[in-house]
Design a protein. Sequence first.
Lengths: 116, 110
Amino acid sequence: NAGVTQTPKFQVLKTGQSMTLQCAQDMNHNSMYWYRQDPGMGLRLIYYSASEGTTDKGEVPNGYNVSRLNKREFSLRLESAAPSQTSVYFCASSEAPLAGGTDTQYFGPGTRLTVL
Amino acid sequence: EDQVTQSPEALRLQEGESSSLNCSYTVSGLRGLFWYRQDPGKGPEFLFTLYSAGEEKEKERLKATLTKKESFLHITAPKPEDSATYLCAVRRGGYQKVTFGIGTKLQVIP
């Protein structure tokens, strides 16, 4: 099993450009998450999907959109990138914390995004 | 608002010198405290989940403990390969979301 995979690994954008970060998991997990990690800030939740067909805002959703394409895939879109969105983005998945499943989140390797 | 504070921010140990990392938390109705290890340029790697005060879990040189206000990650006789940033996180009951601390950066010197 590959666990949680993310593409691309690195990306450089110019201000105003758009892009989509892709995430897939092969653990049959119900819930998926997008975080950003900045120096001195820790991991902050952008959006999450408790189950297929649902998405909810996290702590820092402004400037982002998400799509839960199916049970395996959860994408994050930047419509008009800004320098403040320069960060490392992590995708994670877990079983079903609110439905009695284990709530341990498993993380992907990350996407390093620079917006010039 | 849930809060997680980790201390120290950075810790430098000689190989074999045991120590502890602290995670203090404020959360209403704790439903899980998590420890992760993160190596430079990689995603967090799950270590432990603790659910109730008094619970302890061990893995190799690591032992995690939990009280009603804090958790400790004890590292016994560390080796250079234990060098990493250790993250603590908490989940409140009834909530999907998890709150992370900033982490403790551990360096073990040969």
